[in-house]
Design a protein around this ligand. Structure first.
Ligand SMILES: [Fe+2]
Ligand SMILES: [Fe+2]
Length: 205
């Protein structure tokens, strides 16, 4: 059934941008990793089905801001079609609803908290940064500053020590990259500064 669900999700996400199937796949991977490394008992089906369906509400851009709530309803209907036990269906739908702060309903069960963390982790690190740039306009510095502020908030909301450990690793990877970028940008500016000087556009101190 999970394979059938995976195919459905892959097709549904084929046309979206930053929330394409690679994001869903990564969230599934983090979900498994967290579930395997925490002490709490986990229902593997609720966890994995929740991870697979978590952004199904994002497939309609008009509802981006309430995609968790919309996704919960879509997941419920879809799982009904597969004749999933109503108790399990509801538990999966709640994972979908509560995976995002935009639903304003914090995750409660272990499965809800795992998928919440897994989704957050894909916003951290290098890949998170790249996804953060998709569809954004404005200066690189502005996008980067806003991105870093939001990620601080995301990190603070992680539910498990193991998720924070994964988050720390991703953050270190990102910092190393930003140091390289900073260095490159500075040397680029230094190499073209004389052009501006000639035109009197840059005041030399
Ligand atoms: Fe989401
Ligand atoms: Fe997501």
């Amino acid at each position: 059934m999970l394979l059938q669900m995976q195919e459905f999700v892959r097709e549904a996400h084929a046309v979206s941008d930053s929330h394409d199937y690679s994001h869903v796949f990564t969230v599934c991977r983090y979900t498994i990793e967290i579930a395997k490394n925490i002490e709490e008992k986990v229902d593997p089906f609720i966890c994995f089905a929740g991870a697979l369906l978590h952004d199904i509400g994002k497939t309609n851009r008009a509802f981006d801001h309430i995609h968790g709530l919309l996704g919960g309803t879509l997941a419920e209907e879809y799982l009904d079609g597969l004749q999933v036990n109503p108790k399990i269906r509801d538990a999966v739908a709640r994972v979908v609803i509560r995976h995002t702060p935009t639903s304003k309903i914090p995750p409660v069960t272990t499965e809800e908290r795992i998928v919440y963390d897994a989704d957050t982790l894909d916003r951290l690190g290098l890949m998170g940064l790249l996804r953060g740039f998709v569809g954004k306009t404005g200066s690189m510095e502005n996008i980067l500053t806003k991105y870093m502020e939001k990620r601080k908030f995301d990190y603070a909301k992680l539910n498990f020590d193991y998720s924070r450990k994964l988050g720390d690793n991703l953050h270190h990877e990102l910092l190393e990259f930003l140091l390289i970028i900073e260095d490159r940008l500075q040397s680029r500016m230094a190499s073209i500064r004389h052009l501006f000087d000639q035109e009197g556009l840059v005041k030399t101190s």
